[in-house]
Design a protein around this ligand. Structure first.
Ligand code: PGA
Length: 265
């Protein structure tokens, strides 16, 4: 796991956008796994800026979102369909026919979820999956006790997550308790994973998934089993990591290698 500690949330957004745009420049028809929530917004703003500057095109990109609330229509303002259109898809040259967000209104979820997995496979699999992390250590909506081999399916939210996400809903409006989400096993099949975390509220979850044991109680810890994970965090989110100095040293050497600078003098 490559743990990159950056000064501020803006630096995290810029670095994440760099990784995504490098991926799309190398492979214009890349398959991106996308996330919702407060954390990736800065990354999406940066991608839109790069698009407006003529530095990147998403025309041939395919996307798959991680999750959606069950019971919300794509038009609902708090649906993740709406979130993605409002914050990214409508602001750059995405081909909406290639942008997939799980359906919160499916009739038969067993067959719908299998079809979503099939669509990912038919697109060639996810090249780069962007992730946030919940305060309870979830990735996508894989709440504590989710199987680390799970596939796309329905998942009930913990009370903690519902409270965390209440800020996106109008006062008095209920946060749905059920979601449709890619599984941990689905996510682990992505070729590369970039997880973002910013702010002190995430410091415990960050420590648990990087330095704690692999456990279904902290589903992000399953990323320890994946060979190509980049964790981009700001100083606040990194605050509880025991080996901060070591990660910074590894990153310094890694940058030297990438920039082909001499390692010995
Ligand atoms: P957030 O959500 O970015 O809004 O903090 C992250 C998550 O729940 O995965």
């Amino acid at each position: 796991m490559r743990v990159v500690i950056l000064p501020q949330a803006d630096d995290v957004s810029r670095r994440a956008a760099e990784l995504i745009s490098d991926c799309v420049r190398k492979k214009p028809n890349a398959v991106l796994g996308l996330a919702t929530g407060g954390t990736p917004l800065g990354t999406y703003d940066e991608l839109i800026r790069l698009y407006e500057a003529g530095e990147i095109s998403f025309r041939n990109v395919t996307t798959f979102n991680l999750d959606e609330y069950v019971g919300l229509s794509p038009q609902h303002e708090q649906s993740y369909h709406h979130f993605m259109r409002a914050n990214l898809f409508s602001k750059a040259d995405f081909d909406l026919a290639k942008c997939h967000v799980p359906n919160g209104l499916a009739d038969d979820y067993a067959s719908y979820c299998e079809a979503y997995e099939q669509q990912i496979r038919e697109a060639g699999g996810v090249d780069l999956q962007l992730l946030g992390i919940g305060t309870d250590g979830h990735i996508a909506f894989n709440e504590p006790s989710s199987s680390l081999a799970s596939r796309t399916r329905l998942k009930a939210l913990t009370e903690v997550t519902r409270q965390d996400n209440a800020r996106f809903f109008a006062p008095g409006e209920e946060v749905p308790s059920l979601t449709v989400t890619m599984g941990v096993g689905t996510i682990l099949e992505s070729r590369k994973i970039v997880l973002l975390a910013t702010g002190s509220k995430k410091a415990d979850a960050v420590r648990a998934f990087i330095e704690g044991p692999v456990s279904s109680q902290v589903t992000a810890s399953a990323l320890q089993l994946h060979p190509r994970v980049v964790v981009l965090i700001d100083e606040l989110a990194a605050a509880h990591l025991e080996r901060q100095d070591y990660y910074k040293e590894v990153e310094r050497v890694q940058r030297q290698v990438e920039q082909r600078q001499p390692l010995h003098r």
